[in-house]
Design a protein around this ligand. Structure first.
Ligand SMILES: [Zn+2]
Length: 458
């Protein structure tokens, strides 16, 4: 018997032992002779569970839902999720419901220009537009074009007596999601962003990765250990500590050092976090604002890893499903799904091949943003593809129907999908990102929010 077989035999014997033990433990207890006769005679009733509406039925009814006034807003951001991320996922995975993702069933859709005042957006300007309803500059978090602090959605929700939460699969101090918790001039100063999240953020919770930056802050400035207490912040690094959080004060959870891969078991999945986040926030009768971010989508697109991207997209869509079900059942929740910008220049395979061939000599398909310029030589498209392929050796990459054309961000347009009170305002092919931010704030407050200027600057 080889070692593997031996292990199997040992495992089977252990399993049998556990089952016998379990059976012994679950034998019917001796009836209580002092109990009233009716109680002992009545057949034991199975606990009745609320019938769960099948998701297919909900999806079919989305377009005809009658809504109440808007009480809650859930914003989903797929970081770097461009217009081809969705069809690429459908084509490679077969979709989730009748060949499509839940996102595609949301009844109102628009096309969004994500450019910032300096042209091509980064996650900081893209995030600020959605969080504050202003068109800003690259690198700036929660500031308008002049560098002045402008109110974000989290602050708006709290000012209305509502609850607010932020969850992401990325580091919580990284740009997009940080625009919902702090105001800062430079997105790269991540240790400062961690400090600002402790000192000034009003979000009831911020959950995701980013432990490394929090560790660094505590090491560089040990006074922050005390400042956690002073600011009534509970900082945890494990999912079980999130689940057992008593709800007093604010919660910050950094469950990985940086961003995370969907298949690791050291952290919750995005759908698990979404379920928990809605459970925590919906305790407030006045309502809530929640941002659910597929943050790591951007990382895997920079890596040109199409298979990892489709896994993240599927998980992101499962998180959307949880929100859509909640909105369908409660009729007072607005769901908006969009992106801060596009990453990877994904195109159908033939178009991508032609584009790459045409631009090969000039290398235009290589990086435009700072991070990518530094890494372009080492980490250009071909290199990234080679690494991605080595991680997925069973996949025949030549047969994949979509391909990346850059390792960088692009200024390609993105989509917005919406469901809920007032969602028809998103049915527009000429939206600008900041107009989505304005719409979110105005839906939550019933009053004007964000820039009052048609260009989103003032
Ligand atoms: Zn990026």
């Amino acid at each position: 018997m080889n070692f593997k077989k031996l292990l199997k035999v040992i495992f089977a014997a252990m399993l049998a032992g556990i089952m016998i033990f379990a059976a012994a433990c679950t034998t019917t207890p001796t009836p209580d002779v002092t109990a009233a006769p009716e109680a002992t005679e009545a057949p034991t009733e199975e606990p009745t569970e609320e019938p769960v509406t099948p998701m297919e039925e909900i999806l079919a009814a989305l377009a005809s839902t009658e809504f109440k006034d808007c009480k809650n807003v859930i914003l989903y951001i797929g970081d770097g999720m461009g217009q081809n991320h969705v069809p690429a996922t459908d084509a490679i995975t077969g979709g989730r419901y009748d060949g499509k993702l839940v996102i595609e069933y949301l009844p109102y859709t628009g096309i969004v220009n994500t450019t910032c005042t300096e042209g091509e957006p980064d996650s900081a300007s893209g995030g600020t537009a959605l969080a504050c309803g202003y068109k800003g500059k690259r690198k700036q978090l929660g500031l308008n074009n002049k560098g002045e602090e402008v109110m974000n959605m989290t602050e708006l929700a709290k000012s209305l007596g509502k609850s607010a939460g932020i969850i992401t699969t990325e580091s919580i101090v990284d740009a997009t999601r940080a625009t919902f918790s702090v105001h800062a001039k430079n997105r790269n100063d991540e240790s400062k962003i961690a400090a600002l999240q402790i000192d000034t953020s009003v979000a009831d919770f911020i959950m995701g990765g980013g432990k490394a930056m929090y560790d660094l802050l505590m090491e560089n400035d040990p006074s922050y250990v005390q400042k956690l207490t002073d600011n009534n912040v509970t900082w945890v690094t494990k999912w079980e500590d999130v689940l057992s959080f008593n709800g007093e004060g604010r919660l910050i959870a950094t469950m990985t050092d940086d961003y995370w891969f969907e298949d690791a078991d050291t952290h919750p999945s995005l759908p698990e976090m979404t379920e928990q986040a809605i459970k925590m926030l919906s305790k407030n009768d006045k309502g809530f604002f929640l941002i659910v971010e597929g943050g790591a989508l951007d990382e895997v697109a920079h890596n040109c890893d199409m298979m990892e991207l489709t896994r993240h997209m599927t998980s992101f869509d499962q998180a959307v499903e949880i929100g859509v079900r909640y909105a369908y059942e409660n009729k007072d929740t607005l769901i908006v799904v969009t992106a801060d910008h596009e990453t990877g220049g994904i195109l159908p395979k033939e178009e991508a091949d032609a584009y790459i061939k045409k631009n090969e000599k000039t290398n235009q398909y290589i990086a435009q943003e700072e991070w990518c310029l530094t890494n372009a030589k080492l980490h250009c498209l071909y290199e990234a593809e080679k690494i991605a392929q080595s991680k997925n050796p069973d996949v025949d990459w030549d047969t994949l129907p979509y391909r990346f054309t850059t390792i960088a961000h692009t200024s390609n347009k993105v989509n917005v999908w919406a469901y809920g009170p007032g969602a028809e305002r998103m049915q527009n092919e000429k939206l600008k990102s900041f107009e989505i931010g304005k719409f979110l704030g105005e839906s939550l407050s019933g009053a004007e929010f964000g820039s009052t200027d048609k260009n989103g600057v003032k």
